[in-house]
Each structure stands twice: as structure tokens, then as C-alpha cells.
Design a protein around this ligand. Structure first.
Ligand code: AQP
Length: 327
């Protein structure tokens, strides 16, 4: 089973990224051959600081290694080190409809946040399709917010194959059964997010345990008393999902366990469990982040392995599309 996912080096990673994606990458190592890409080219589609971008790549590489990604078995690399991503993106643009891209909700949300709306932001989902299809990926572990982009990737691959002959593998999205959409603790109607969230409602992977417990203690809930997962209780439902994800249990089991307890008990239990869950990651992160040369070596080795797979896919794509010499 070939598993691929990309993750943006955009500042500090939050609990949503961790449960929805990073934890799935680590678990994926058991299921198959994992390829994980730090997508720095995606991060250039909105205003950014070039100096910070390089350092953010190192921050993220250290988080992924601290979480338990083993670069000996999985491939961990930086997107811009493998030029085939942008070449395949350009070729896939011809198999993507303009109308499809205008329907992407992430583009609509993000373009509303910026004055200068880059063409890169608009074509972002095609680069994401190229990232995935380059590695003949079968499974893509991502959070629920990426569902529409994974569906677009499948449509583009199917259209390409219908037009140019069977060349690309059509991947499946893989969404965690609990925690695929962790919500902001202060605004549980909105997902926890790097750019759109509230500081108090966003738990970062490298937060101190006391800060984590405080953020959960002040989480917004309803004025009722019943601990139940339901659409009319977004705050409580989110807390139950977070606790189920970090404890590796089900929401139904937690509803039974907390039957008759107060909201304060649940908030404290979630805060403490998340602090305990993230503490070893934070501890390992410090030493890994300090060794920049070691991180660069890991990314370089990963890029070499990624290039070997990507080059073969590009040979087939170029052949199917009649681009370049016969090869
Ligand atoms: N709230 C979330 N719950 C579960 N999974 C989530 N992901 C993001 N938010 C949640 C998943 O994390 C992975 C990496 O996301 P990314 O590369 O898009 O990184 P980002 O842009 O910094 O993360 P955000 O928070 O999604 O930023 P905004 O909101 O600013 O765009 C993906 O698999 C994603 O599904």
C-alpha cells in the first residue's frame, strides 16, 4: 500500500493538524510505504516571509520526526527539492477544468482573507493533485477539510487516464474515524486553523502543558449539563472527539464514562490527556530542531528516494501526452 500526504510549513502546527494528519502519518507506517512531503511551494501562494519559510520547514520536519516518523522506512522530503512536482502540475492543468477550481471552498475562504489573490492560490489544488499522483499513491491520509481537493485529484486522474490511456493511479482519501475535523476551542463552529483561528482556541503541538490545560478549561460550551455528542452541542462534541482521539477510544464509551459528570470535569480530563499526549513530542522536538544539519541530511536523503519514483512517473506521463522525445 503506497501512502502519501503533504503538509504545509506554515508556522506552528496545531492539535487539528496533529490528530487529523501527523498521527495518521505515523500510523500509516504500519499499513504501508509512507511518503510525506513538506509542501513549501504551497506556502508561497499567500503572502509569506522567505527567511521564515526555510526555518518553518525545519520546524515542521522536527515535529514530524518527534511524532515518530521514521525516515529510514518512510520517505520524508521537501517539495521544492523534487522539480517533478511543478512539471506534473503544469501538465495536469490541461486535464483540470477552470470551473472545477472556481468551486473549491478553500480557495473561496482564503481569497477572502487576502487583498492580492495569486494565480498560485487558484491553482493550488492542481499542485496538490500532482504531489499525490506523482507517487502512484493509493491512500491519502488528510483531515476532513481536504476532502474536496482529494476528490478533485481523483477526477483529474480519471480524466487524464480516459484521454491519454491508463497512466495514473486513482487514489482514495483516508480520514481518521474520530478527529478528522477538530474545532476551535473558542469558536466550535469553526475548525481549528493556522490562519483563521483564535489564539486561546488553538492548541499548539509545542504548547507548555499548563497552557494546554488552561485553553481546555476556558473552552466554549453550551449552557446545558448533558455530556453528549450532538450537532446542537458543538463545543462538547469537539471535546469528546479530542479525548476519544488522544485516548484511542470511542465517543460512545466516553459518553458512558462521563454520564452524570459536569462540563468542568470533562474539560479538565481533556486538557490533562492532551498535555500528556503531546508532552513526549514536545520534549523530543527540542533536540531534533537544534540539529539543523541533521534535519537537512534527512530531507536530502528523502528527496533522493522521492526523485527516483517521481522521475519514472514523469517518463510515463510525458510518453502518454506526447511531450518531449520518445523515451
Ligand atoms: N482542524 C483540523 N482538524 C483535523 N485535521 C486538520 N487539518 C488541518 N486542520 C485540521 C489537516 O492538517 C493537515 C495539514 O494541513 P495544511 O498543510 O493545510 O496546513 P495548514 O494550512 O497550516 O493548516 P490549517 O489549519 O488547515 O490552516 P488554514 O486553516 O489556515 O488553512 C491536512 O491534512 C489537513 O486536512
Amino acid at each position: 500500500m503506497r501512502i502519501f500526504s503533504g503538509i504545509q510549513p506554515t508556522g506552528r502546527k496545531h492539535l487539528g493538524n496533529y490528530i487529523g494528519a501527523v498521527e495518521q502519518y505515523v500510523a500509516g507506517q504500519e499499513r504501508g510505504e509512507g511518503i510525506y512531503c513538506i509542501v513549501d511551494l504551497h506556502a508561497t501562494t499567500v503572502p509569506y516571509d522567505p527567511v521564515a519559510l526555510r526555518s518553518d520547514v525545519h520546524d515542521l520536519a522536527a515535529v514530524l520526526l518527534a511524532a515518530g516518523l521514521d525516515p529510514q522506512s518512510a520517505i520524508l522530503f521537501r517539495q521544492s527539492d523534487v522539480a517533478e512536482h511543478t512539471e506534473l502540475q503544469w501538465l495536469l492543468m490541461s486535464a483540470t477544468a477552470y470551473g472545477e477550481l472556481t468551486r473549491m471552498t478553500q480557495f473561496k475562504d482564503k481569497s477572502a482573507q487576502h487583498e492580492f489573490i495569486s494565480a498560485g492560490l487558484f491553482s493550488y489544488p492542481v499542485l496538490m493533485a500532482a504531489d499525490i499522483l506523482l507517487y502512484r499513491t493509493e491512500q491519502v491520509p488528510v483531515g476532513d477539510d481536504q476532502r474536496q481537493h482529494v476528490e478533485l485529484t481523483r477526477d483529474v486522474a480519471q480524466r487524464f487516464n480516459a484521454r491519454f490511456g491508463e497512466t495514473l493511479v486513482v487514489p482514495e482519501g483516508y480520514y481518521p474515524p474520530v478527529g478528522a475535523r477538530i474545532m476551535d476551542l473558542q469558536n466550535p463552529e469553526r475548525k481549528m486553523s493556522t490562519t483563521g483561528g483564535s489564539p486561546q482556541g488553538t492548541v499548539y503541538v509545542t504548547d507548555e502543558p499548563e497552557a494546554i490545560i488552561r485553553k481546555f478549561r476556558t473552552a466554549v460550551t453550551d449552557s446545558g449539563r448533558e455530556i453528549r455528542h450532538s450537532p446542537d452541542k458543538p463545543g462538547i462534541s469537539n471535546l469528546l472527539e479530542v479525548l476519544a482521539a488522544v485516548r484511542g477510544t470511542s465517543v460512545a464509551a466516553l459518553e458512558r464514562e462521563f454520564d452524570g459528570s459536569g462540563y468542568g470535569d470533562l474539560k479538565l480530563a481533556v486538557g490533562e490527556s492532551v498535555a500528556t499526549y503531546l508532552a513526549p513530542v514536545r520534549e523530543r522536538y527540542g533536540a531534533l530542531r537544534a540539529d539543523e544539519q541533521g534535519l537537512e541530511r534527512t530531507l536530502e536523503r528523502g528527496a533522493e528516494r522521492a526523485r527516483a519514483i517521481a522521475a519514472e512517473t514523469m517518463r510515463q506521463v510525458r510518453g502518454a501526452m506526447g511531450v518531449g522525445p520518445v523515451g
